[in-house]
Write a protein that binds this ligand. Structure first.
Ligand SMILES: [Zn+2]
Ligand SMILES: [Zn+2]
Length: 215
């Protein structure tokens, strides 16, 4: 078997589906150093932590693609257990500890996350061991939505799903912004780029270009 683009990385991405809204929590592992990023630990923190232990990796950072309650519920426990810094986009820094703003009140399980240690703006790079993650600011589903790009893989949160896109009717949502984010930051990536969304199965830029009206 020849080298498949992204295959090296894909083997080092673990996916747990957590909480009542079935959020994808991703554990992204740098195979060289065994450092890991924990992306959107939405709930079921004990299960995420036991997976981290089972994999024997060292969480170097906790990342939230955005701060809706379904994506941040595990921040507190995982930060306490691992001492890893938490990074979110600056536009939603205040939402972390505000159950009305992060919508966890209306979901019926108020969440107060610890504050972020790193405030993202977009276009910066984050280091997880030897992996470099590029941050893209992709507002639309929420004002501080971001994507994390590493090699030919994108963790895209609730910006885009397989054959769908994120809601824009929630506070701070904006359909024009969402379409702009998708067209300028996602559609422009190579077709074999793998998208790992906040909910549902992974997809590729090429597949979405053929099937998703928003691209
Ligand atoms: Zn959301
Ligand atoms: Zn979500």
């Amino acid at each position: 078997m020849g080298f498949q683009p992204g295959s090296r990385l894909k083997e080092n991405i673990r996916n747990l589906v957590v909480g009542p809204l079935m959020v994808n929590t991703y554990i992204l592992i740098d195979p060289k150093t065994c450092y890991a990023a924990i992306i959107d630990p939405g709930a079921e923190d004990a299960r995420i932590l036991s997976e981290v232990e089972r994999l024997n990796v060292h969480p170097a950072i906790i990342l939230n693609t955005h701060t809706h309650g379904d994506h941040i519920g595990g921040n507190g426990m995982i930060k306490a257990a691992t001492m890893a810094p938490l990074a979110v986009h600056q536009a939603e820094a205040e939402w972390l500890a505000d159950p009305s703003a992060n919508l966890s009140n209306s979901l019926g399980f108020p969440i107060v996350s610890p504050p972020a240690d790193i405030l993202l703006e977009g276009n910066e790079s984050l280091q997880v061991g030897d992996l470099e993650l590029k941050v893209l600011h992709t507002p639309g589903h929420s004002p501080g939505s971001v994507c994390f790009v590493v090699d030919n893989v994108v963790f895209c949160g609730d910006l885009i799903f397989r054959e769908g896109v994120g809601r824009t009717d929630l506070p701070g949502g904006d359909t024009d912004q969402l379409i702009h984010s998708i067209r300028h930051k996602i559609s422009t990536l190579p077709e074999d780029t793998v998208l790992y969304p906040g909910h549902g199965p992974s997809t590729t830029v090429g597949y979405e270009k053929r099937t998703n009206l928003f691209l």
